[in-house]
Design a protein around this ligand. Structure first.
Ligand code: R2B
Length: 293
């Protein structure tokens, strides 16, 4: 096998190939300092438009993920649902920014989640990302052996994000642990899947155990994000809006407009945080277009 330095590198899921695309990637992404991650295309677009009008140029060359760069310093990416999806994206983005010679960057995920003992519309900044067994590690089967990878978010960045959001958002904001579930139904203690493995009472007992352990919400990506960030030494933080309180209900009962309003408040708070705290005032507002190059 050729060594990785001799290999042609293909970022398969965002559609870049090196060495061919190296120059265009350097011009488009070298100045990136913050990567904002969210699940869906529509949330990525909303985040991006909140930075300004240059926002909707999609730098991804595939339809797997969206990559927007509303400012030279800010990259926004949609990651889809769960471990497999976000792991592909994180690897591709890190390799992209490595080729771009980006000196350093931070990762911030803005997600939705089920709250645990917090009211719908609460923003939860993650202290520790935990697996569903409440441990801060990600189990991955590597070469046939299960390895438990340490998952660590950046404590200083998380605290800074929490303090900013608490002060600047109309939504209530708490800091606490987040359980990252492997699957939407079973691992999130939901009994509304096709064939639930446990009773409603079992689910409630688990959620109460989570709550007693300091868990404030459940989602599906914080753990691979924390494990990846720790592994490549990039600071990362996670903030999610809770759409329901799982100690009270399993499915959102609030209307869609209300949930959308929560999302908008969360987007505004994170965009302000990035603008005020993480990126310097901008001079170069040119939008280099790697996609069409
Ligand atoms: C929150 O919502 C999605 C599942 O509906 C998942 O990506 C998550 O973490």
């Amino acid at each position: 096998m050729p060594s990785s330095s001799e290999k042609v590198r293909v970022l398969y899921h965002i559609g870049y190939r090196f060495p061919e695309d190296a120059a265009v990637v350097q011009s488009a992404f070298k100045s990136v300092r913050v990567v904002l991650l969210c699940g869906t295309f529509s949330r990525a677009t909303k985040l991006s438009l909140s930075f300004g009008p240059n926002a909707c140029n999609n730098f991804s060359r595939t339809d797997r993920f969206m990559l927007l760069r509303p400012l030279p310093t800010v990259l926004i990416a949609s990651h889809g649902i769960g471990l497999g999806s976000i792991d592909c994206l994180l690897n591709d983005i890190h390799n992209l920014l490595t080729v771009a010679n980006t000196p350093s960057y931070a990762l911030i995920r803005l997600g939705s989640s089920g709250g645990v003992g917090v009211a719908p519309g609460t923003l939860v900044v993650t202290r520790d990302a935990l697996n569903a067994a409440l441990r801060p590690e990600l189990a991955v089967t590597v070469l046939g052996t299960v390895r438990n990878l340490a998952a660590r978010l950046d404590a200083a960045l998380s605290r800074q994000l929490f303090e900013f959001v608490r002060e600047h958002s109309e939504l209530p904001c708490v800091m606490g642990d987040t359980v990252c579930a492997e699957t939407f139904f079973d691992s999130q203690a939901r009994t509304d899947g096709a064939d639930p493995l446990f009773s409603h009472d079992d689910a409630r007992a688990y959620l109460q155990r989570c709550s007693r352990a300091g868990v404030k919400n459940i989602e599906m990506e914080c753990l691979p994000l924390a494990a990846f960030a720790h592994r490549v030494r990039v600071p990362a933080a996670v903030v999610c809006v809770a759409f329901i309180d799982r100690l009270v209900e399993e499915t959102p009962t609030q209307d869609a407009a209300k949930l959308m309003a929560y999302e908008t408040c969360a987007v505004n708070a994170v965009v302000e945080f990035v603008k005020q705290m993480l990126v310097p005032p901008l001079h170069d507002d040119s939008v280099a277009c790697a996609r069409s190059a």
